[in-house]
Write a protein that binds this ligand. Structure first.
Ligand code: ZN
Length: 62
């Protein structure tokens, strides 16, 4: 049985091949989504259609 590696972020145990750059694929995906969201938030705040985009962002987060 392969030795499992614990992800320091979610504390689940993973196969060493699933831990990349010190975190598991799930946490990497989560970070990627958070980054995409903050980029979206930045675009919303700098957009002349702020209100419209803001409502759209709210709907997306549900
Ligand atoms: Zn993780």
């Amino acid at each position: 049985m392969a030795q499992m590696v614990e992800c320091p972020f979610c504390h689940y145990s993973y196969d060493p091949g699933e831990i990349i750059g010190g975190k598991c694929l799930d946490c990497m995906e989560q970070e990627r989504q958070m980054q995409a969201r903050s980029e979206h938030a930045f675009k919303v705040m700098t957009s002349p259609f702020y209100q419209m985009d803001f409502m759209e962002a709210l709907n997306e987060s549900k």
